[in-house]
Ligand binder design. Structure first.
Ligand code: HEC
Length: 243
């Protein structure tokens, strides 16, 4: 039996300590954390949880991140983008602006001859800008739109001799929109109701002139220059009749 077997006072320096024994001892003992790194006490943990839950309840009761505390009362946000977001935004647009926008679309039927800028083509197609027909009474315009024109025709002192097609295939509404468009876009009418032609007015024009043959200049000149189609004027903002 060697000395080492009995020697309990193991000495690492002397080489009497077994590495395995030392590790066993370390595993058995609870590890001491360095100061400041001790695990948190249960009490502190519970206190933190209570603070978090309590804070959450107060936050929730006060509407959390609701915009009301950051945004002033009179501020109206833009409608969120969506498929009918455009429709929603449309509600803020004045009636006359929509009417003109639609009229501009119908005017696509006219640009081949009268041109997008309404200036026409010299010697061929008369201008709508500076035309006494466009600025004059709406009854003549309704008549022109429904039956067209053939033969020599004078506009702003210039003669033309081509054909203006009839547009009676368009709905009353579309005719009303395009006539409004040319009067307000190309005419020299003062701002206001005077340029506006409504569906009701074109209905009246159809009663007067629907089914009549193509006009010649003489026939159109027989309609008084300032004759207006019957029908209520409308509020430009709402499109509702006013009297
Ligand atoms: C195919 C060519 C053509 C097209 C398309 C056409 N016009 Fe005309 N328009 C004429 C001609 C030509 C005259 C003159 C009549 C003539 O020479 O006999 C005229 C005359 C007019 C006049 C009266 C004269 C003036 O210049 O003010 C108005 C108003 C008018 N057109 C509006 C329209 C509108 C609105 C449209 C579209 C819905 C339209 N025209 C489409 C050829 C056309």
């Amino acid at each position: 039996m060697s000395d080492h077997d009995h020697d309990q006072n193991l000495d690492y320096e002397a080489g009497t300590a077994s590495v395995v024994d030392m590790h066993d001892a370390v595993k058995r003992e609870k590890v001491l954390q360095p100061s400041g790194h001790e695990p948190m006490g249960v009490t502190a943990l519970v206190l933190c949880a209570m603070a978090l839950i309590g804070g959450g309840i107060v936050f929730g009761h006060n509407n959390g991140f609701s915009s009301s505390i950051y945004v002033q009362d009179f501020y109206t946000p833009e409608p969120p983008p969506s498929e009918d977001g455009a429709a929603a935004a449309d509600e803020n647009v004045a009636w006359i602006d929509k009417w003109m926008k639609d009229g501009k679309k119908v005017y696509n039927n006219c640009i081949a001859c009268h041109q997008p800028d309404g200036l026409g083509a010299p010697g061929q197609f008369p201008p709508l800008v500076g035309s006494e027909w466009v600025d004059g009474g709406t009854e003549r315009l309704g008549a022109i739109m429904l039956n067209g024109i053939a033969g020599p025709f004078t506009v702003a002192g210039q003669s033309y001799n081509q054909a203006m097609p009839a547009w009676n295939g368009l709905s009353d509404e579309k005719i009303a929109q395009v006539v409004t468009y040319i009067r307000r876009e190309f005419g020299t009418l003062p701002e206001g109701q005077d340029g506006v032609v409504t569906t009701e007015m074109i209905e009246a024009a159809r009663e007067l002139y629907g089914g009549k043959p193509t006009w010649d200049e003489g026939g159109l000149l027989a309609i008084p220059e300032d004759a207006m189609l019957p029908g209520a004027k409308v509020d430009l903002q709402t499109g509702e009749p006013i009297q």
